[in-house]
Design a protein around this ligand. Structure first.
Ligand SMILES: [Zn+2]
Ligand SMILES: [Zn+2]
Length: 216
């Protein structure tokens, strides 16, 4: 269980308006960056303004709009990168469908190895950010290796769950049945859990359980 509330900073980055989050331990100023979409400088400036030190980078999944800034941010901070094993495998196998999208974000096939995580997740891991700790939840469906991070009553949901929406399942590795199962898993969390998605505004588990048109 998280003993303290983290400071949460949202940065909206890149052509797909991806939410990048900084999660900062108020006691130690240690930070986790989630989904460094682009523009390492913007993320670094946001951390510096808050005297936060980025020690880890979590990729909720490995779509180009969530990972284009990862190599730069890792180089600038020395942080270790965490992502689910199945998405790392998806990237390595490089389905042809991904190539144009990767190039839109300035990622060349030759730079793919730089994007690979230092820590391969399976789901269920405990992740510590200074004095705060949370749990990685494997939520396949949008991609095979999608993960959410639960920190007490905060949930970072990537492209699995949005305010009034869910992740698309028509991209390589997408699976509707799995997405619905993942959503059911998330809906077992307390209703007051705040949800911070990969795109768009924040919401709560309770609001989405009630109102989300995709989960009837
Ligand atoms: Zn995605
Ligand atoms: Zn996305």
């Amino acid at each position: 269980m998280a003993s303290k509330d983290p400071e949460i900073v949202r940065l909206v980055l890149g052509p797909y308006q991806t939410n990048c989050y900084l999660v900062i331990c108020p006691e130690t100023r240690v930070a986790l960056a989630i989904d460094p979409a682009v523009r390492t400088e913007g993320i670094m400036r946001a951390a510096q303004q808050r005297t936060a030190r980025i020690e880890q980078i979590l990729l909720t999944h490995m779509h180009p709009d969530h990972i284009a800034g990862v190599a730069g941010l890792k180089e600038a901070t020395g942080a270790r990168v965490l992502a689910h094993r199945l998405d790392a495998e998806l990237i390595t196998s490089q389905p042809v469908e991904f190539k144009p999208a990767m190039q839109t974000f300035g990622i060349q096939p030759s730079s793919l190895p730089e994007l690979l995580p230092d820590v391969l997740l399976e789901g269920g891991e405990t992740l510590s950010i200074g004095q705060i700790s949370g749990t990685v939840i494997h939520t396949p469906g949008h991609t095979p290796g999608g993960v959410c991070l639960q920190l007490g009553h905060h949930l970072f949901s990537g492209d699995t769950l949005f305010a009034q929406g869910v992740g698309r399942v028509d991209l390589p590795g997408g699976n509707l049945e799995m997405l619905l199962q993942s959503l059911q898993r998330l809906f077992t969390l307390p209703a007051e859990t705040a949800v911070y998605p990969g795109h768009g505004p924040s919401t709560t588990i309770g609001a989405e359980k009630e109102d989300n048109p995709y989960v009837r």
